[in-house]
Write a new protein. Structure first.
Length: 178
């Protein structure tokens, strides 16, 4: 009986200690979930001398994709992302691929080999990836016209599938917030 109480006490102490560490840590922000305001960012891109920011697309539906050249699932989903971008860009859909690679030349080579036309931003320090609380790569955040998070997608997707196109078109058909 005493051993059981001691075990319960130790479990309670461990749970409380863990909760206190989370509460006191400045490094653990709340989870960025549906309805949260997507953090703005400004990052250099491969194709422009001026940085790209999420705020410049306010009023648009944006897919922010975090990826790396060394990530095989990232590579596998890129052709479908390009097809999605080509299919919906004229309707007002935007895409920003945020590379966490350190070597810009590798990213440029990857972009050319894959014939990617959407903007690719560079985040080698992973500051934006941390702000978005990414858990791995690839990971994508669908941002609505009002700048709020619509959905978080962890792992690769078949982005040009009709379900994703339909969802994005439905968001595009909604009026932009004034």
């Amino acid at each position: 009986m005493a051993a059981r109480r001691t075990g319960e006490f130790l479990v309670a102490v461990a749970v409380l200690a863990g909760a206190a560490l989370i509460f006191l840590s400045e490094e653990v922000p709340p989870v960025l979930g549906r309805g949260s305001v997507a953090p703005d960012f400004s990052l250099p891109t491969l194709s422009s001398s001026s940085p790209i920011s999420l705020s410049e697309y306010k009023g648009d539906v944006v897919l922010v994709n975090f990826w790396a050249t060394w990530c095989k699932p990232c590579e596998e989903e890129m052709p479908a992302m390009e097809r999605l971008y080509q299919a919906l860009h004229e309707e007002g859909f935007q895409m920003i691929a945020v590379s966490v690679d350190e070597d810009r030349a590798e990213v440029e080579t990857f972009q050319q080999q894959m014939a990617l036309s959407f903007p690719i931003a560079m985040d080698p320090e992973r500051a934006v990836a941390r702000a978005y609380q990414t858990m791995g790569f690839p990971e994508s955040i669908l941002v609505g016209r009002d700048g709020s998070v619509i959905e978080r997608y962890v792992g690769p997707r078949d982005w040009d599938a009709s379900a994703y196109k339909s969802r994005i078109r439905a968001l595009l058909s909604q009026p932009a917030a004034g």
